[in-house]
Design a protein around this ligand. Structure first.
Ligand code: HPA
Length: 247
């Protein structure tokens, strides 16, 4: 049974190296996931791949059914999830093209269905989220980077914004003062929902652009995509080493 799932974000809508053996359309108590779960073999291990923005990249960050995605993966027997995502760089060393394994989160999102614990609970549940990512899986990713010869920035704070618009220059300045090193739109509530279902979850962030006001001129999606193509190849090498290591 597959233990590892990869949730692919922008620039990572599919994995060509994945030998898909089965595609399963799943219903959950929270609705349908972004796409059918793709079961396949990757790096000699069975994994599940789920494209976060749907087939054809049609679901914007604030409309993703994060609960259905995480529930479906738990239901499929998954233990570990790596959430891939494109981000903007805020900290000086988080330049476009870099890969980072964040260790903290600041959540700026709002209005998203962000918990499984809202109805008919006998008791209110407050999960611990001091360390929002699974430290074991983060370490495994960092080791996989070393094995694959891919440089990874081993920590950083992921600032999760609502989107779908990009930020203003002042919002990025404020995020920096808060302590955010990276900015992305999909890191939350995904990480928190995985914690609620006691899944091991870590993120692999691919820096696609400088945060607003930090680069030359406006941010274009074309420039982001060009950068992602290269970053995602590196990310795939890391994931292959990880899959091999988790065997
Ligand atoms: N901001 C938010 N999300 C992003 C960015 C950004 O600059 N780049 C890629 N995803």
């Amino acid at each position: 049974m597959a233990k590892l799932a990869i949730i692919g974000g922008s620039g990572f809508g599919q994995i060509n190296e994945l030998n898909i053996t089965q595609q399963k359309k799943i219903q959950t108590p929270f609705g349908e996931p972004s796409a059918p779960l793709a079961f396949g073999e990757f790096g000699g291990q069975e994994i599940i791949f789920l494209t976060r923005h749907g087939e054809g990249h049609t679901i914007p960050p604030h409309q993703i059914n994060y609960r259905a995605n995480i529930w479906a993966l738990k239901d499929a027997g998954i233990k570990h999830i790596v959430g891939m995502g494109a981000v903007g760089g805020i900290r000086q060393d988080m330049a476009p093209g870099c890969l980072a394994i964040p260790d903290q989160i600041i959540d700026y999102t709002w209005g998203r269905a962000h918990t499984f614990f809202e109805q008919q609970q006998r008791k209110v549940v407050h999960v611990d989220f001091t360390d929002p990512y699974c430290e074991k899986l983060r370490t495994a990713l960092i080791e996989a980077g070393q094995l694959a010869g891919v440089e990874l920035i081993p920590s950083g704070t992921y600032g999760a914004t609502q989107g779908p618009r990009l930020e203003t220059a002042m919002e990025i300045n404020r995020m920096e003062r808060d302590g955010s090193d990276l900015v992305g739109m999909t890191g939350m509530p995904e990480a928190a929902l995985a914690r609620e279902l006691e899944l091991s979850y870590a993120a692999c962030a691919v820096v696609a652009n400088w945060g607003a006001g930090r680069g030359d001129g406006p941010i274009t999606w074309e420039a982001i995509e060009a950068c992602l193509d290269e970053g995602m190849d590196k990310a795939k090498a890391v994931l292959l080493a990880l899959a091999d290591n988790l065997k």
